[in-house]
Design a protein around this ligand. Structure first.
Ligand code: T4K
Length: 414
C-alpha cells in the first residue's frame, strides 16, 4: 500500500449539501434564461511566470556587466547554489541549465543502464532522460490516488536487467518513497526522483529531495521558483559531486585533463541572477498561490463528477499545479470536451499528462497493463495556477465549468 492515501475533494459524495443539488437542478432547468459566462478578454494560460522587480534584476545585470563573468560557475551561480541548498535543505546540490539535462546526467552519474522502471504518467523529459542514457524505460502503472508509480506493481517488472527506479512526484504529490526504498534495498537498485513539480515539497517534515539516490528539480519559467530555464540535482552522497561537475562541463577536470565525455549543461550568470532575485519573492508568491488554491477548492465544491487533486495533510504543498479530475459519466462531459469548450471562453487549460509516455509517436517500449495511468491521462485537467491570476478569475473559471456542466445536462435531458 502507498503511504498516506491522497485525500481528494469528491464533490459528488452522498454528503453533498442539498443546496448544491438544488443549485444544479435550477441551473439545468433555467439554462435557457441564463447567459453564458463572459469569456476572458485575453487568453488565460495554465502558467504565467512570476518575476522579481525589474530594478533588482537590473542591479544584478550591472554587476555582471562590470565583472564580465557570464558563465562557468561564476560568483552568482555559486551564491545561488548556496542559497538553494539552504532553501531545499539539501545535503549536496549541483545546478544545471535545465531539469531534463540534470536528470539525464544524474542517471549517468549513478551509472544505471539496462532497464529503469518508471511511470508513464509524466512529461516526456522523464523517459527521455532514460533513453539518452541508452537505458530502457519500463513503464509501471501508477497508484490510482497518488498518481505516482505504484510500488506494489514494481516487483513484477523487475528483471535481471533492472538497475534503477525513477519516480515522479506528480504535481508535488510525493511517491511512496518508503515503499520504493524497500524494494530498491532488497533488489540492489538505484532510486532517482523527478521532482520537477515538487520544489520545497516536504513529506513528514523531511525535504522531498532527501529520499533516494538523487532528486531533480526543474527551474523552468513555468515553475513556482525559476531561473527562466534551469534545474538542479540534490543528493546525499557527496562523492557524486565531482562526477556531476564533470558531466555538466564537457568532462573537463582541469586545463590538461578531460576525464569523460561530458556535455555542456551549466547554468549561466544571468539565469542565476534571476534565480537569486526569485528567491526574494518566493514567500510572497507561495502565499498568493495558497489563496488561489483555497479559492479554487471552495468555488469548485459541489460539482458532481469533478475532484480537485489535493495535497495530503503530511505534505508541504509545492503549489505548482491546480489539477482536477473529470469523471465523464457523472460530470456530464468528457475531459477533452470540457478542455475544448473552455477554450471558447479564452481559458487555455492543459492535459498534463496526455498522451501517456507509452503512446508517443516514436516506438516506446510497450507496457501491457496501465489502467490507472490510462484513466488519469483521460481525466486530468490542469487549470490556470499562478499568483497574478487573482481570486476573482478563479471564481469566473469555476462559473464557466458549472455552466458547461449545466448546459450539457440540459442537452442530455432535453
Ligand atoms: N519532468 C517533469 C515531470 C516535468 O513536468 C518537466 C517539465 C520536466 C521533467 C523537465 O524540466 P525542464 O527541462 O523543463 O526544466 C511546460 C514546461 O516547459 C515544462 O518545463 C514543464 N515540465 C511542463 C509541465 O510544462 P509545455 O510544453 O506545456 O510549455 P508551454 O510553452 O506550452 O507553456 C505552458 C504555458 O505557460 C503556456 O501556455 C504559456 C505559459 N508560459 C510559458 C512560457 C515558457 C508563459 O506565460 N511564459 C513562458 O515563458 O511545458
Amino acid at each position: 500500500m502507498p503511504h498516506d492515501k491522497i485525500s481528494m475533494l469528491n464533490t459528488a459524495e452522498a454528503s453533498q449539501p442539498a443546496s448544491v443539488h438544488k443549485a444544479i437542478q435550477n441551473s439545468v432547468a433555467g439554462l435557457n434564461g441564463v447567459k453564458p459566462p463572459v469569456p476572458f478578454d485575453e487568453p488565460i494560460f495554465v502558467a504565467k511566470p512570476a518575476l522579481p522587480p525589474l530594478e533588482k534584476v537590473i542591479a544584478q545585470l550591472e554587476s555582471i556587466w562590470n565583472s564580465r563573468i557570464l558563465s562557468n560557475q561564476g560568483p552568482i551561480h555559486q551564491k545561488l547554489q548556496v542559497e538553494l541548498q539552504r532553501v531545499l535543505r539539501a545535503e549536496n546540490i549541483t545546478l544545471f541549465c535545465n531539469g531534463t539535462l540534470a536528470l539525464a546526467l544524474g542517471l549517468r552519474a549513478l551509472g544505471v543502464q539496462g532497464e529503469i522502471i518508471t511511470t508513464p504518467f509524466t512529461f516526456p523529459a522523464t523517459p527521455h532522460s532514460v533513453l539518452w542514457n541508452n537505458a530502457t524505460p519500463v513503464f509501471c502503472d501508477i497508484d490510482r490516488e497518488t498518481l505516482c508509480i505504484d510500488p506494489d506493481q514494481i516487483e513484477a517488472l523487475i528483471s535481471p536487467r533492472t538497475e534503477g527506479i525513477l519516480g515522479v512526484h506528480v504535481y508535488g504529490l510525493p511517491c511512496d518513497v518508503k515503499g520504493i526504498q524497500r524494494i530498491a534495498e532488497a533488489r540492489g537498485l538505484k532510486v532517482a526522483y523527478d521532482a520537477a513539480h515538487a520544489f520545497m515539497c516536504e513529506l513528514d517534515g523531511q525535504p522531498i529531495g532527501s529520499y533516494g539516490d538523487l532528486t531533480m528539480f526543474s527551474f523552468h519559467a513555468t515553475k513556482l521558483f525559476h531561473t527562466v530555464e534551469g534545474g538542479c540535482l540534490v543528493y546525499n552522497d557527496p562523492t557524486l559531486k565531482s562526477r556531476l561537475d564533470l558531466l555538466k562541463n564537457f568532462g573537463i577536470r582541469d586545463e590538461d585533463t578531460v576525464e569523460l565525455a561530458g556535455l555542456n549543461a551549466k547554468l549561466n550568470e544571468l539565469q542565476s541572477a534571476i534565480g537569486l532575485e526569485m528567491l526574494r519573492v518566493l514567500n510572497r508568491e507561495r502565499e498568493l498561490r495558497k489563496a488561489i488554491r483555497m479559492r479554487y477548492i471552495e468555488s469548485l465544491e459541489g460539482i458532481e463528477g469533478l475532484k480537485c487533486i489535493l495535497i495530503p495533510p503530511k505534505v508541504t504543498d509545492s503549489l505548482q499545479y491546480m489539477a482536477i479530475r473529470i469523471d465523464a459519466q457523472r460530470f456530464g462531459l468528457p475531459r477533452d470536451e470540457l478542455y475544448t469548450r473552455l477554450k471558447s471562453f479564452n481559458l487555455m487549460t492543459r492535459k498534463y499528462f496526455f498522451p501517456l509516455c507509452t503512446d508517443y509517436a516514436y516506438r516506446n517500449p510497450a507496457a501491457t497493463h496501465l489502467p490507472n495511468a490510462t484513466k488519469a491521462s483521460q481525466e486530468i485537467l490542469c487549470l490556470p495556477f499562478y499568483s497574478d491570476l487573482g481570486v476573482e478569475a478563479v471564481e469566473r473559471i469555476a462559473a464557466m465549468i458549472r455552466f458547461l456542466q449545466a448546459e450539457s445536462r440540459k442537452h442530455h435531458y432535453a
